[in-house]
Design a protein around this ligand. Structure first.
Ligand SMILES: Nc1ncnc2c1ncn2[C@@H]1O[C@H](COP(=O)(O)OP(=O)(O)OP(=O)(O)O)[C@@H](O)[C@H]1O
Length: 259
């Protein structure tokens, strides 16, 4: 049985008049890794951004439907989106460290959130958690932009976990990385899985199959007016999606016949 941390019902997202995502209903399991897959433009990133209210920051974007986080309405008037983004962190496609030292990148969130405790310890713990400590412990004052792409992405993960979130959203976190750096991030995701809930958007189906517990397959459906809308086609245990999917569209996609 799924222990849901998110319960999403009838989620639709508009950009102005355009309905990018239509009527998505799904539940995300606590401390599981959930992969969102599907062809380009089917709304995966749009759905991902709903989980920490990042769509609030896009002019003209509107979210309809219900998202419960730990049983509470994430979009209720009294909910502070800044606090939401502390509890639900995000890692982007392109590593985006601040042009500051490695230390200051990780310390930034704890500082602005006024976190209690010794900052050096918090930084070390986050870097260790992101499997980066050994590589950077002697150069914490160096500029983060001097790190390799893979190290920068692990730094961004360290920055995300430094504020003790419950959930980490990852939007194609490996697409700018080489296979070795990718495999380090995948190992890291699995290490973090015991502690955090992870939702990952990926174009890489092998990656979804390797790292995730559950997989949601989306597609873009064309309506009577010829407009494309993102729809959830199938959501199940990853092993099931990649072995015996229930829907022909999922099967076509995972077997490479489409998308
Ligand atoms: N800020 C925006 N303003 C207007 N339309 C947008 C915006 N962001 C996304 N869209 C549109 O919404 C639809 C879904 O986009 P989204 O990026 O969520 O899909 P995706 O499945 O993540 O795509 P990809 O795999 O190519 O990253 C697309 O038609 C896209 O053009």
């Amino acid at each position: 049985m799924l222990d849901p941390i998110f319960e999403i019902s009838d989620l639709s997202v508009w950009y102005g008049d355009y309905q990018a995502v239509r009527d998505v209903t799904l539940q995300i399991g606590r401390r599981q890794i959930t992969a969102l897959i599907g062809p380009s433009g089917c709304g995966k990133s749009t759905v991902l951004r709903c989980f920490n209210r990042m769509n609030d920051l896009i002019p003209g974007a509107r979210v309809d439907g219900k998202i419960l986080f730990d049983g509470e309405d994430l979009y209720a008037d009294y909910v502070d989106p800044i606090e939401v983004r502390r509890r639900i962190g995000m890692v982007f496609q392109k590593p985006n460290p601040f042009p500051k030292s490695i230390y200051d990148n990780v310390a930034y969130g704890p500082r602005v959130n006024g976190m209690k405790g010794n900052l050096d310890d918090i930084v070390e713990k986050a870097l260790t958690g992101a499997a980066l400590w050994d590589e950077v412990k002697d150069k914490l004052k160096h500029n983060a932009l001097a790190l390799s792409g893979g190290q920068q992405q692990r730094l961004c993960i360290a920055r995300a976990i430094a504020v003790k979130p419950e959930v980490i959203l990852m939007d194609e976190p490996c697409s700018a990385l080489d296979p070795l750096a990718t495999s380090k991030i995948e190992d890291l995701m699995q290490t973090l899985a015991g502690e955090y809930t992870t939702i990952i958007v990926t174009h890489n189906m092998q990656q979804a199959a390797r790292v995730s517990d559950r997989t949601a397959f989306f597609t873009a459906e064309v309506d009577e007016q010829g407009v494309r809308h993102g729809r959830l086609v199938e959501y199940d245990n990853t092993s099931r999606i990649f072995s015996t999917p229930a829907d022909k569209r999922t099967e076509d996609y995972i077997s490479g016949r489409f998308g």
